[in-house]
Design a protein around this ligand. Structure first.
Ligand code: NAP
Length: 304
């Protein structure tokens, strides 16, 4: 499969990529999914509880991702482990180069690489990654059992992380730069009722300090919050660095594409969190994948 000219090469094995794979496979196209590494199915693997995917209330994110993957595998979808780092248009195909040196050729690309955790960019953050600074409460929360932690951010990720940590930690501070939270009002209300959670709003982190590991978070207003863990949940950035000059990106680096997945470049489609859209959720990623595969199939038919 890897050495043949593919109909569809999908970059990324999150919900968008796997949904695209299923639709492409069912359209009888030759399809391969390239993934950076297999560590669960993208970002959802980090979610303790996905409560808004229709028909699956309270589903663990990792389990939901595994169910998506098992579905794709059942249909015979194959995977290649590698990090795509450049795309070049040839007369009859796209040549995709991988960091490891491998090259794959495909008539179309569906790019579903998603987004990565944004960093705060404050002193101490990079130094203490893995020593008290984390970007995934579900992955690392257990290391802070019985300790004091801070979650930085005011979106759904930060709120969900705080709720998750409140079950494990002695105390959880939520540090948010504004008064109003961006995330769900229902979760905010739930957190206000949680005894060991303290919300510190209109507060901007200045520095993470420690010795071997993190001991405190300093705020710009001069306060020092003693914590062993700082969970940074301040949003995501699209993983589009290999796409400079390949397709149009918006000012924030997202691929400009509507729900059809069609980009500025013929034969190159985008789906999931990586494209311009209002709502980045599992349900919209899955929908994007289906649409992008359908667009790719229509493109291939037209090119015949
Ligand atoms: P987000 O909604 O973009 O929120 C990021 C938060 O971080 C905002 O509150 C923002 O503050 C704050 N922030 C950004 N840069 C900062 C900085 N440099 N310093 C301090 N604070 C900073 O990101 P997200 O929470 O990761 O959510 C992303 C998407 O996934 C959203 O659509 C969300 O609804 C969705 N999601 C859904 C679920 C669920 O439904 N179960 C769970 C997780 C995420 P401001 O508010 O001031 O901008």
């Amino acid at each position: 499969m890897e050495d043949q000219l593919l109909d569809v090469l999908i970059i990324g094995s999150g919900p968008a990529g796997l949904s695209a794979a299923i639709y492409a496979k069912r359209a009888n196209l030759s399809v391969l999914v390239a993934e950076k590494e297999y560590m669960g199915t993208g970002q959802i693997a980090e979610s303790d509880c996905v409560d808004n995917y229709l028909g699956m209330p309270g589903m663990n994110g990792f389990d939901l991702g595994e169910a998506f993957r098992a579905h794709a595998q059942k249909l015979g979808v194959e995977f290649y482990e590698g990090m795509a780092d450049s795309f070049s248009k040839q007369p009859d195909c796209w040549k995709v180069h991988f960091q490891e040196g491998k090259e794959l050729c495909s008539k179309t690309i569906i790019y579903c690489a998603g987004a990565a955790h944004r960093h705060l960019g404050i002193a101490g953050e990079e130094e203490y990654i893995g020593k008290g600074v984390s970007y995934c409460a579900v992955c690392d929360g257990a290391f802070y059992r019985g300790k004091q932690t801070a979650v930085i951010g005011g979106g759904d990720t930060a709120l969900g992380d705080a709720l998750y940590l409140s079950d494990l930690c002695e105390k959880v501070y939520i540090i948010h730069r504004r008064e109003q939270f961006r995330g769900s009002a229902k979760t905010v209300a739930q957190l206000r009722e949680t005894e060991n959670v303290e919300m510190i709003t209109s507060a901007v982190p200045k520095r993470i300090t420690g010795e071997q590991t993190v001991t405190a978070l300093e705020l710009k207003d001069g306060r020092t919050i003693p914590v062993s863990g700082a969970f940074v949940a301040v949003g995501m950035e699209p993983l589009t660095s290999p796409l400079q000059g390949v397709v149009d990106l918006d000012d924030s680096g997202y691929v400009v594409a509507d729900e059809t997945g069609v980009t500025s470049t013929p034969g190159f489609f985008a789906a999931g969190d990586v494209r311009t859209k209002a709502l980045r959720q599992v349900v919209t990623a899955v929908s994007d994948g289906a649409n992008a595969a359908t667009s790719a199939a229509a493109y291939l038919m037209q090119e015949k």
